[in-house]
Write a protein that binds this ligand. Structure first.
Ligand code: SAM
Ligand code: CA
Length: 250
């Protein structure tokens, strides 16, 4: 009887873990992903990021948040490339934004855009407490008109070291047309969710959540377009839901 209870408890724990991390991981097993989190990510996660992650976990749309391992990856990448002037499209409660803000030097900048300010404001007190809010310029509203304005003005051309795109997937190709002018040669654009829940290899008639199905073809088209674009070098990594790094070369 005791053994059965233990088994049941174990199954429940595993199920909970699955709920927590399953959708974030494209690794072969959730246990392996949990191992990465527990061994290398959580022990080194800054207190402020942990706090923001926990606040976000209680929000109904928490499926949208950047995972802790991807946050760690972004933070490391930004330091490796000495990024100073950056942009983020798609902020939600600000986990990737905080990972970015913590990585930048004191005079670093992030132009952060989202149509939803309420969710940004949920995380803002944590960002302020971490002492990095001064690096962020938040603009509420769709990103495209802002990008169009910037493309009009030559002074923004080639001015960004890093741009993280994590918003409306059906517009990624349109963002790319503009961002390629705004990122500097040698700078990096990161497109997030380019493996789109694994659906990029699913048969067309496979069962899929409605939103997964809707964006799937856009993500597939984006991946083809990036692979064929001679202005960038690319590297698609199975971190989180897939991130494609594009380094502008011309
Ligand atoms: N990077 C965030 C994080 O670390 O938690 C997650 C971003 S979430 C996946 C996508 C966000 O894109 C949402 O907050 C949504 O409001 C925003 N969004 C959707 N369409 C947008 C648009 N046209 N312009 C700017 N933001 C948009
Ligand atoms: Ca994402």
């Amino acid at each position: 009887m005791a053994a059965t209870n233990q088994d049941e408890q174990q199954t429940t724990t595993q199920a909970l873990r699955h709920q927590e991390v399953g959708h974030k991981s494209l690794l072969q097993s959730d246990e392996l992903y949990q191992y990465i989190l527990e061994t290398s990510v959580y022990p080194r996660e800054p207190e402020s990021m942990k706090e923001l992650r926990e606040i976000t976990a209680n929000h109904p749309w928490n499926i949208m948040t950047t995972s802790a391992d991807e946050g760690q990856f972004l933070n490391m990448l930004l330091k490796l490339i000495n990024a100073k002037n950056t942009m983020e499209i798609g902020v939600y409660t600000g986990y990737s934004l905080l990972a970015t803000a913590l990585a930048l030097p004191e005079d670093g900048k992030i132009l952060a855009m989202d149509i939803n300010k309420e969710n940004y404001e949920l995380g803002l007190p944590v960002i302020q407490k971490a002492g990095v809010a001064h690096k962020i310029e938040f603009r509420e509203g769709p990103a495209m008109p802002v990008l169009d304005q910037m493309v009009e003005d030559k002074k923004f051309h080639g001015s960004y070291d890093f741009i993280f795109v994590d918003a409306d997937k059906d517009n990624y190709i349109n963002y790319h047309k503009r961002l390629i002018d705004l990122v500097k040669i040698g700078g990096v654009i990161g497109y997030d969710n380019t493996l789109w829940n694994g659906s990029v290899v699913a048969p067309a008639d496979a069962p899929m959540r409605k939103y997964v199905r809707y964006y799937r073809d856009f993500v597939i088209e984006l991946n083809k377009a990036l692979a064929a674009d001679p202005r960038i070098e690319i590297c698609q990594l199975p971190v989180g839901d897939g991130i494609t790094l594009c380094r502008r070369v011309s």
